[in-house]
Design a protein around this ligand. Structure first.
Ligand SMILES: Cc1cc2nc3c(=O)[nH]c(=O)nc-3n(C[C@H](O)[C@H](O)[C@H](O)COP(=O)(O)O)c2cc1C
Length: 198
């Protein structure tokens, strides 16, 4: 409240070249959707305009100046719907800057039993694959989340759930997403796009 009876609104001045950014994601159990939403919110807070959608709801990329594409990783790979999205929209994606994120590793450890950084070891095969064919500006792996009580989704998990001792129960359970890292990554992208020539 300013002068008596006057409200002072916080006015966010968008950068002159505010961009419309698509954050498209693929998820099985929802935690990657949460990361995508957080990225979208950080981009909006930086003065850009983000649309966050699951890949299967995106038909047309013509409204977007840049794209962030993310997927949960299962068995070292992105979900098929994310790779299909990239193939389906290859031509449009090649004309726009694109960033990739993957969500997966579970637990508090940052180095695995072979001494490799966990986030590096968890890079999905798709990062390498898309680096050559798309205009990839950056990629990142974020820690994920796992709730062992969640019903199995997909053929692999359903098969696992029928095995003795259900191997999924050996996974560290909990929410290991580091929101500060997610937001910092999104802010870096926002900054890069703000500096972009239009
Ligand atoms: C059967 C199974 C296989 C998994 N394989 C991997 C993997 O290869 N690499 C990885 O980083 N995370 C793996 N994870 C962890 C998931 O990627 C993690 O739980 C992620 O946050 C799930 O995202 P979602 O909730 O969006 O589906 C696996 C999880 C399950 C249940």
């Amino acid at each position: 409240m300013g002068e008596k009876g006057t409200f002072i609104a916080t006015v966010r001045t968008p950068p002159e070249n505010a961009m419309h950014i698509l954050v498209a994601y693929a998820t099985r159990h929802g935690s990657t959707a949460g990361i995508a939403e957080r990225i979208g919110a950080a981009l909006d807070a930086s003065g850009h305009s983000a649309t966050v959608k699951p890949v299967h709801e995106v038909e047309d990329l013509s409204h977007y100046d840049a794209v962030i594409l993310g997927s949960a990783a299962y068995a070292f790979h992105w979900l098929r719907e994310a790779t299909s999205f990239a193939k389906r929209h290859k031509a449009e994606l090649s004309q726009r800057p694109i960033w990739l994120f993957s969500s997966g590793p579970l637990g508090e450890e940052t180095v695995d039993e072979k001494g490799r950084p966990v986030l590096e070891a968890a890079e999905p095969k798709e990062f390498e694959k898309f680096a050559d064919v798309l205009n990839v500006r950056g990629d990142v792996v974020f820690f994920g989340a796992w709730d062992p009580a969640s019903p199995p989704v997909g053929v692999l998990e359903r098969a696992m759930s029928h095995l003795p001792g259900d191997p999924r129960s050996a996974l560290p359970s909990g929410d290991f997403r580091h929101w500060d890292q997610v937001e910092a990554w999104a802010r870096e992208i926002a900054k890069e796009l703000t500096a972009e020539e239009v």
